[in-house]
Design a protein. Structure first.
Length: 366
């Protein structure tokens, strides 16, 4: 180990700042430094306190979003070390609901385009509008390009007649790429740059055609990819990538784009982390709603708040296909809407407000 080194924060950490954090004087980077005993150590000119074999400093950040360079200096030896972190600002801590595997509602709307005056004539979209009207909730949908089910369909068949409607709801419902199709499982775990780029661009181009915009936040199907695959997403315009970031009972961290354990812990603790190798910002979902009944959703959110008190962003994930009755290969969840409501109501009761990732992770962090 180097004689002078940052232990914390990890380079790339995104520190989420809210007005409440500022009010209690906690808009800071908490630094832990490894250095020889009884040396004069400062971080950005702030004197460190030596305690229990390490050095500690608190560096103020303010409320301006962007990159912050932290420089630790050993004034005794003349050595220095530096890391780059990022400050992200939002007035209040926020939550969103993300929805994976979307394709069937788009197929239904395309098949009934002569009858549907609005996308909300579809029962699935109507449910999400109802949730938005009831709570102000905001949603992000990740889309497949194609499905062989119900006679087959792909996004090139989706009409552009609803483009103005898509644009009018963009403040609370956004769209992005997920994968080419539901099968195979783990489609991008070993994929090349070209394959990921092709699939992402195909979906993003269609979204731009029929909805009028391209977003920069997504979740990759099964949340695994090679570094080349992540670079392909970046070159397609993706800047922020959600994973499940699960810790199994055996201690193995999974469904997290093959990050190290230190990087995994940083994402869980801070909500977001920017990978300096790929420039991709990663974040974790807090609960997969379709995996838990309502009471367990509450328990999981409560436990997450206790384990990671500094997380100022909550993501709750669910999958489209479990909304439907009688879809072969999938088990319908009768309380699908109630599970979403349970998560939303917990967030609202605990001081979170509806929001989308781009409201917090702005272009200043790219």
């Amino acid at each position: 180990m180097d004689s002078l080194k940052f232990r914390k924060p990890l380079g790339g950490t995104v520190i989420c700042i809210t007005d409440e954090v500022i009010d209690r004087g906690a808009a800071v980077a908490d630094c832990i430094i490894h250095a020889p005993a009884e040396h004069d150590i400062t971080v950005n000119g702030i004197e460190c306190i030596e305690r229990n074999g390490a050095y500690f400093a608190t560096v103020p950040l303010g409320k301006k979003a962007g990159k912050v360079e932290l420089v630790v200096t050993d004034n005794t030896s003349g050595e220095s070390d530096r890391v780059e972190v990022y400050a992200a600002y939002t007035p209040k801590k926020i939550f969103r609901v993300s929805v994976d595997d979307n394709i069937f509602a788009f197929q239904d709307i395309a098949q009934h385009a002569d009858e549907y005056d609005s996308i909300f004539d579809n029962e699935y979209f109507a449910m999400y509008r109802r949730l938005h009207e009831d709570y102000g909730a905001k949603f992000h949908f990740n889309l497949f390009y194609t499905t062989p089910r119900n006679g087959g369909f792909n996004l090139s068949q989706f009409p552009d007649k609803y483009k103005e409607e898509w644009l009018s709801i963009r403040d609370w419902l956004t769209l992005s790429f997920h994968a080419h199709a539901d099968s195979p499982a783990n489609p991008y775990m070993h994929s090349s740059y070209d394959e990921v780029y092709r699939d992402c661009k195909q979906v993003m181009d269609e979204i731009e055609r029929f909805a009028g915009y391209r977003g920069y936040v997504t979740t990759l199907h099964y949340c695994e990819a090679t570094k080349d695959g992540i670079r392909a997403l970046y070159d397609c315009g993706v800047r922020v990538l959600l994973g499940c970031f699960e810790l199994r009972p055996d201690g193995k961290h999974v469904i997290c784009y093959s990050v190290t354990r230190e990087q995994f812990d940083t994402v869980k603790e801070s909500s977001f982390w920017k990978n300096p190798e790929t420039d991709m910002i990663l974040f974790a979902t807090d609960v997969v709603l379709n995996n838990h009944p309502c009471h367990e959703i509450i328990q999981k959110l409560e436990r997450g708040a206790e384990d990671y008190p500094d997380r100022n962003f909550v993501d709750m994930l669910i999958h489209e296909q479990l909304f439907y009755k009688g879809l072969p290969g999938f088990v319908h969840i009768p309380d699908y809407e109630e599970r979403i409501r349970a998560g939303i109501e917990w967030c609202l009761a605990h001081g979170y407000v509806p929001g989308l990732v781009h409201e917090l992770i702005t272009e200043e962090l790219f």
